[in-house]
Write a protein that binds this ligand. Structure first.
Ligand SMILES: NC(=O)c1ccc[n+]([C@@H]2O[C@H](COP(=O)([O-])OP(=O)(O)OC[C@H]3O[C@@H](n4cnc5c(N)ncnc54)[C@H](O)[C@@H]3O)[C@@H](O)[C@H]2O)c1
Length: 261
């Protein structure tokens, strides 16, 4: 298994991209890869200090945007500021999300407040990101762009039996993909979702730090290993690029075969 980043082909030269949840984890890896592929990258996150750090690591082709995706005025203001600065994105990756380990549960045991917090960020927040991305892309000349969402195997099957809110939020994202793709195809806006498997980031440290839980989840991945943030970069570069001009409304699993089971 190679651990080095694949060589850059500068497939995204000339594009401005925005990645939510880019201060850490999968989003940060994608943002760095987009920059290596020649794009300008907006590191959008609610954690201002971490977003600044990630931006500094990339250099002048990156800028930070502090936004809480679950708060519409915050999302709207961030997009307005980017337009003002000449950084309207051609590509938006709506990737930020939360998973409330120790709180999310089977339906009969799930507090409404935990359900609401999860749906607020993962589904409503993704919707708000998509809403303002679409508005920004419709205002561009010519109109168009690529929107990429981050789904999960838990939104497709019973993989997340103990995570009712998280799984429902991800199923909602999968549905949003198709509806928004169909609605805006005529304006040249493509919408697709990437479905990563269990990927070792701080989000899932509860599993990664527990050898038994880790072995159990890896046992459900046919390719026999955990995912890494770099695993999703390549497919996101493809979906962001003009090579994907005929791809819309689709789910792209990069999950080591997890959703085949
Ligand atoms: N790690 C996995 O196993 C896995 C598997 C499938 C899907 N995913 C999805 O991938 C995406 C990224 O997850 P990750 O593993 O990189 O997690 P992570 O916790 O490492 O990163 C998530 C980022 O989102 C930001 N964020 C959280 N809430 C926000 C909000 N309201 N507004 C703006 N930013 C916010 C956080 O500050 C953080 O930088 C999530 O949507 C997650 O559900 C992760």
């Amino acid at each position: 298994m190679s651990t080095s980043s694949p060589p850059s082909s500068r497939r995204l030269a000339g594009k401005t991209t925005l990645v939510t949840g880019a201060a850490t984890g999968i989003g940060q890896a994608v943002a760095k890869r987009f920059a290596a592929e020649g794009a300008r990258v907006v590191i959008a996150d609610r954690d201002a200090a971490a977003a600044e750090r990630a931006t500094t690591q990339i250099g002048p082709s990156a800028r930070a945007a502090v936004m809480d995706i679950s708060d519409e005025p915050s999302v709207e203001a961030a997009f307005a500021e980017l337009t003002e600065a000449g950084w309207s994105p051609d590509v938006v990756v709506a990737n930020a999300g939360i998973q409330l380990f120790g709180q999310d549960a089977k339906a009969g045991d799930l507090d409404l407040e935990v359900w609401r917090r999860t749906i607020d960020v993962n589904l409503t927040g993704t919707f708000l990101t998509v809403k303002h991305a679409v508005r920004s892309m419709l205002a561009a000349t010519p109109t168009g762009g690529s929107i990429i969402l981050t789904g999960s195997p838990t939104g497709l099957n019973g993989e997340g039996a103990d995570f009712t809110a998280y799984s429902a939020s991800k199923a909602g994202i999968h549905g949003l993909t198709r509806t928004v793709a169909a609605a805006y195809a005529g304006s040249g806006i493509r919408v697709n979702t990437v479905v990563p498997a269990y990927t070792e980031t701080s989000l899932v440290s509860t599993i990664s730090d527990d050898p038994e839980a880790r072995a159990s989840i890896i046992g459900r991945i046919p390719l026999g290993r955990a995912g890494a943030p770099r695993d999703v970069e390549g497919v996101m570069v493809f979906l962001a690029s003009d090579d994907a001009e005929f791809a819309t409304g689709a789910l792209f699993a990069v999950d080591g075969g997890m959703t085949t089971l």
